[in-house]
Design a protein around this ligand. Structure first.
Ligand code: SF4
Length: 214
């Protein structure tokens, strides 16, 4: 097996060919919408979140409006994304902080974003890279965690440590696209239950590749 750095370069190169059009699959028109959609996407699917946010953003088009929402009504509005009590509480609290501390505009640094209630590094990375086009880190979600582990790019299970490992191996200009492509690969080929190694374009550089069954 080739050295990790060399394999990482080859993986970046191949993923680029395999998933040319991979991009953020959450629907948004501005940083606020992306922030809220990402917060709602925890333990849910982007398809479901997109269904919910279609009407949610019509009803609450800005942080100012969402900050004034009632908890019970918001719970009803985001119910379909699961964990709706916590999510309702978090999106209202984050909206309030955006209004009170940032004049109603979503802040654009890692430090200020992660200081918002309910916003962790993953959510901040999604907003920074997709809404502000700032490559500050690599989005580590469930797919990136699983696939980067199988590919031997990290042996960590903690998201922050996985991100650090990947940031050392992947050139900064590739960070945003790399996470979109790894997520696409995790959804389509390197799926959770039974990875489709026989049809995977990375199987000769993957230490976890399974032999095809007879
Ligand atoms: S070879 Fe198998 S385990 Fe490795 S990345 Fe491809 S699908 Fe995932």
């Amino acid at each position: 097996m080739r050295k990790k750095q060399e394999r990482a370069e080859e993986i970046v190169h191949r993923l680029k060919r395999m998933y040319r059009k991979a991009k953020c699959s959450l629907d948004f028109t501005n940083a606020f919408e992306l922030l809220i959609a990402t917060m709602l996407s925890a333990q849910s699917t982007d398809v479901r979140v997109n269904i919910v946010t279609k009407s949610l953003f019509r009803k609450y088009p800005s942080a100012e409006v969402m900050a004034r929402a009632g908890q019970v009504e918001m719970e009803r509005d985001v119910r379909q994304t699961g964990f709706f009590r916590n999510k309702a509480k978090a999106v209202i609290a984050a909206s309030k902080a955006i209004v009170e501390k940032h004049g109603g505009e979503v802040p654009d640094t890692m430090e200020t974003l992660t200081a918002l209630p309910g916003v962790g590094r993953k959510t901040a990375n999604v907003v920074l890279s997709n809404a502000f086009k700032k490559s500050v880190g690599i989005v580590v979600d469930t797919h990136v965690t699983r696939v980067s582990g199988r590919l031997g790019l990290t042996s960590n299970s903690d998201a922050v440590k996985i991100e650090e490992d990947l940031m050392k191996l992947i050139p900064p200009k590739e960070w945003t696209a790399f996470s979109h492509r790894l997520i696409a690969h995790g959804r389509e080929v390197c799926v959770a239950r039974k990875p489709k190694c026989a049809q995977c374009g990375l199987n000769d550089v993957c230490p976890s590749a399974e032999e095809p069954q007879e």
